[in-house]
Design a protein around this ligand. Structure first.
Ligand code: NAP
Length: 260
């Protein structure tokens, strides 16, 4: 299926690795010209080179922390202040115990996983509305619908973003802008490996055994892949997705045991 977005301009945040990279790759494969971002320059530049060579599109890397105003300004500058497609993403907050989190911990999480995405939408969506076409995909987490207690900082910040998108997406849809969220369950990325290592330490089992036990909780019996995640993202950014607005699509191999 041709997604009808060849030649569009897109920003994918936190995209040198993992789910962000999966989204960038799927959009590059559809002919989208990209700006991609991460903090570390080396992996980011490698990813930009690989995608550009594989798909013949321009991929501009901007090494910056997307959770800071300064980082976002540099990324927006590289875009010339406008994009047709925006994929927001950033690293997740650390796990912990609800009694231990301070006001500063909450502010950091809310800055990183809620306000950064909102600031990028505020910067780019007005231009999309003026031009009559735009797509925004926010990478959140399956924990938005089914909480992971030790990731309370993440649960809190991401649900704030979800509430914002629920209202705002309905305010911009008439101008051809579709804003949606993708909710990953467990995917095979560095983040999943580090969570497995945490479980391994806490339970005194090997990382392989920690992974095997987590895989057993998923109906597909394996972790998701960044390329599958990217394909779903590219579809939400497609011409064909024009009637999908304000939705929260869970990609978790069926792990969340709910009816709707
Ligand atoms: P990952 O494999 O660890 O990759 C994270 C990517 O984001 C890297 O490219 C990293 O590069 C970049 N990054 C991190 N913090 C950044 C920042 N402040 N500014 C710019 N770039 C940043 O993680 P992932 O698994 O793809 O996860 C992506 C998001 O989905 C996270 O928020 C995670 O919590 C969430 N999530 C993941 C899963 C899963 O199973 N993988 C499940 C639910 C939710 P640098 O380190 O060089 O900046």
């Amino acid at each position: 299926m041709d997604l009808g977005i060849r030649g569009r301009k897109g920003l994918v945040c936190a995209a040198s690795k993992g789910l962000g990279r999966g989204c960038a790759e799927a959009l590059a494969a559809e002919g989208v010209e990209l700006v991609i971002n991460a903090r570390g320059a080396e992996a980011l530049e490698r990813t930009a080179r690989e995608l550009s060579e594989a798909y013949g599109v321009t991929v501009t890397p901007v090494a910056a922390d997307i959770t800071t105003a300064e980082g976002r300004a540099r990324v927006l500058d590289a875009l010339g202040g406008q994009a047709d497609i925006l994929v927001t993403n950033a690293g997740g907050p650390p796990p912990g115990m609800w009694t231990d989190w301070s006001r500063d911990d909450f502010i950091r999480a809310i800055d990183g996983n809620m306000l950064s995405a909102i600031a990028l939408m505020q910067a780019l969506v007005p231009g999309m509305m003026e031009r009559g076409w735009g797509r925004v995909v926010n990478i959140t987490s399956a924990a938005v619908r089914s909480p992971i207690p030790q990731l309370g900082l993440s649960n809190t910040a991401r649900n704030g973003l979800t509430g914002f998108v629920a209202g705002m997406s309905r305010q911009v849809a008439e101008k051809g802008v579709c804003v949606n969220n993708l909710l990953p369950g467990i995917h095979d990325t560095d983040r999943a490996t580090s969570l497995d290592q945490g479980v391994s330490k806490a339970q005194g089992i090997s990382p392989d055994e920690a992974r095997r036990r987590r895989e057993a909780t998923i109906p597909t019996r394996n972790y998701g892949r960044a390329e599958d995640f990217g394909a779903a993202c590219a579809f939400l950014c497609s011409q064909q997705a024009r009637f999908i607005v304000g939705q929260n699509l869970v990609l978790d191999g069926g792990a969340m045991n709910v009816t709707v």
